[in-house]
Design a protein around this ligand. Sequence first.
Ligand SMILES: Cc1cc2nc3c(=O)[nH]c(=O)nc-3n(C[C@H](O)[C@H](O)[C@H](O)COP(=O)(O)OP(=O)(O)OC[C@H]3O[C@@H](n4cnc5c(N)ncnc54)[C@H](O)[C@@H]3O)c2cc1C
Length: 382
Amino acid sequence: MQTFTPDQHGYLEEIAGFQTGVPSTPPLVVAATGADDVAAAVRLAARRGLPISVQATGHGLGTPAEGVLVSTRRMTGVSIDPSRGLARVAAGTTWAAVIEAAAEHGLAPLSGSAPGVGVTGYTLGGGFGLLGRQFGLAADHVRSADVVLPDGTVTRGPLEAGIVTALEFSLFPLRTIYGGGLHFGPKRLADVLRGWRDWTADLPDALGTSLAMIPYPDLPMVPEPLRGKHIAHVRVAYAGSADDGDRLVAPLRALGPLRDTLATMPFTESGTIAAEPPHPHAYLGDNRVLPSLPDDVLTTVLDHAGPDAPVPTVLIIDLLGGAYRRSTAPDFTPESRYTVRALSVVDPDPATVHAAQAKLFDPLTPGSTGRLRSFVYGQPLS
Ligand SMILES: Cc1cc2nc3c(=O)[nH]c(=O)nc-3n(C[C@H](O)[C@H](O)[C@H](O)COP(=O)(O)OP(=O)(O)OC[C@H]3O[C@@H](n4cnc5c(N)ncnc54)[C@H](O)[C@@H]3O)c2cc1C
């Protein structure tokens, strides 16, 4: 079992994650290669009376790790059972690896917007993804989990509280999707917010969509029509034909996008739909789940997360409904229809970002049905 203490070469690389804004210095890191290492780490933490935490890709860091940190980044591997439509993965595997392996058999997983996210953390948080309105949460399709329990014993069966070392879950027959995005310029933000809200009232479950408002930097890497502008980006993932997709998105196209990338694509390219930045950075984020998006909510969103927001903020509203209504996961209720999520880069001062996000979320809280744990970043959950 390889371990790292803060004075050792390799320690910083081991604890580095996608989120760079939650610096941690756990006194001991266990670089696990399998369930035996994880069980040994759990027993060691118990013997020393230390808390234990776990990190895969470090996308979801809330608070700094203390005590013993189990790093699962070496525990990768995917095997597909095409006859049963199942994937079995080691705990540190990312969605990118599952998407590639499943595609060889014409199958797709319930992955989300960013393929670099870890399968285990995502699934334990519920996991809502591109195909979720049709098939439900990733957590609802786990067939079996290998878990090291708090007493150090290892179980295989239903998902239990402890450290997961492997997951087995369902895949779905799907090779291509009609997907991509429509980008609208800053003068259309209010119209697009209302237009997207109205459009989502009656969509088939096979169509997943979100609306992002993004302050694009004035940098050469940003496509010209978006560069330096506050953009509304409607994202679409439709498990259907291009003809039906074109017909469904016609009301949005009528709003006059600056850029239109909607087309049929292999599911292996599904990460291009949201095109989230793949590079580690520091971010603070929170969210609320809402049963509807009345005009006053859209005004709050525009005022506190639009071009005049006190800190640059990426605002994302996801359409839920569909199969999510049948989920038994704790954060989802049948009334959960939209998320409102905000992400701000932490520069220069986290307190300013917290204050700005409070102005957005405080007015939304009374009408909200909850808060998704997976989208609380850089701050405690309570
Ligand atoms: C860019 C980006 C895009 C995202 N897109 C989506 C999306 O589309 N849909 C969605 O639902 N979520 C999404 N998320 C949220 C993401 O699912 C959560 O942040 C998730 O916790 C990340 O898991 P991780 O392993 O990558 O990160 P980590 O920070 O390494 O882990 C996060 C937490 O998961 C738990 N965990 C991880 N591994 C284990 C294990 N083996 N056993 C027990 N607990 C474990 C721990 O509590 C850990 O603190 C996104 C996040 C980011 C930053």
